[in-house]
Design a protein around this ligand. Structure first.
Ligand SMILES: [Zn+2]
Length: 81
């Protein structure tokens, strides 16, 4: 299997949906190939963050009204020399 094959299987591998005949080569490739390993780590991070956000434990988003107030203050402020 080459990198393109591995990338096609990464999501299923992450979800544990591959049988061992496919999971084994993917696991080995991820140990040996830095690029695919990085992609797999990114996928894991994205999935983890999505779960956190879905469960409502995500980062606190700033209040949109406060942001627009700040923008208005900045736009009205006199320019500095
Ligand atoms: Zn690779």
């Amino acid at each position: 299997m080459d990198c393109a094959d591995i990338i096609q299987l990464l999501s299923d591998y992450h979800d544990g949906a591959l049988d061992e005949m496919l999971a084994g080569p993917v696991r080995t490739h991820l140990v040996l190939c830095l690029e695919c390993g990085v992609i797999f780590n990114d996928l894991t991070l994205i999935v983890t963050q999505a779960v956190v956000l879905r469960e409502g434990q995500g980062i606190a988003l700033p209040d949109e009204n406060v942001i627009w107030q700040r923008i208005g203050i900045i736009r009205r402020a006199p320019s500095r020399p």
